[in-house]
Design a protein around this ligand. Structure first.
Ligand code: CTP
Ligand code: CA
Length: 227
């Protein structure tokens, strides 16, 4: 904290952060979503702004918000909205951190009136895949951009994290394990491991999401060539 308030290594840099869940509507009163609160991604947006960056935060539905005045927040609901807003800012960003828990699928049909309970005991929903925002934009990243993704898993965490690092063309992947006590949804703390393309792995101890965000921003700062 002290380090960033006295020294703004990311001054003049533009950053894009995605955070929070997405909600995929089924009808006017129902949706499919997940347990993300957006806390980790919001902490990263605040930490990037504290380090001097001009930050655009594309934020899914959550009651939380960024506190730093250098964070410009665009609120979105669906994965499609999140993709569109992110695409608007992607090419012009020096730093991109995609921390959102994007719904992988959306209902194929969205009813415009409330779906009524039928006579039968079962209901089958048909889902279709959402665009993978990080993979799609990562395939067209501008030279010199630092691109960071997240990986949240319950099993084979390291293998899947490295797969995402390479397949999504990332510089850094932040691995979260739901098996670690104090990590994951709705906690104020997190335990993560950072993997880079050079094959370095850095396991951070359990700490507050704010401190984890500062560590991630320091790693990003080093990758932009700033001190
Ligand atoms: N992501 C994204 N758009 C999607 C899905 C994921 O931008 N439609 C991003 C997330 O923000 C995260 C990274 O991709 O930075 C990994 O997300 P994750 O859900 O862990 O992995 P997936 O690639 O979706 O694969 P799976 O859920 O099957 O593990
Ligand atoms: Ca997913």
């Amino acid at each position: 904290q002290q380090y960033f308030t006295s020294h703004q290594p990311l001054k003049g840099k533009k950053a894009l952060v995605t955070a929070g869940p997405t909600q995929e509507p089924l009808d006017p009163v129902r949706y499919i979503s997940n347990h993300s609160s957006g806390k980790m991604g919001i902490a990263i947006a605040d930490a990037l702004a504290t380090a001097g960056a001009d930050v655009t935060l594309v934020l899914g539905p959550t009651h939380l918000s960024a506190t730093h005045p250098g964070v410009h927040t665009l609120r979105v609901v669906t994965a499609a909205d999140m993709y569109n807003r992110s695409a608007d800012h992607f090419a012009g960003s020096n730093i991109v951190v995609m921390a959102a828990a994007v719904a992988d699928y959306r209902p194929k049909q969205v009813a415009d009136i409330k779906i009524k309970k039928g006579a039968g005991d079962e209901l089958t929903l048909e889902l279709e895949k959402n665009t993978d925002i990080l993979r799609t934009l990562g395939a067209q990243r501008p030279a010199g951009q630092v691109l960071v993704g997240f990986s949240l898993e319950t099993n084979n965490e390291k293998e899947y994290a490295l797969k995402k690092l390479h397949e999504k063309n990332l510089d850094l992947v932040v691995m979260n394990s739901l098996n670690d006590a104090g990590a994951g949804f709705n906690h104020d703390t997190n335990k993560v491991t950072l993997f880079d393309r050079q094959g370095n792995a850095r396991e951070l101890p359990l700490k507050s999401k704010k401190e984890v965000a500062e560590d991630i921003v320091k790693a990003i700062t080093a990758m932009t060539g700033q001190q």
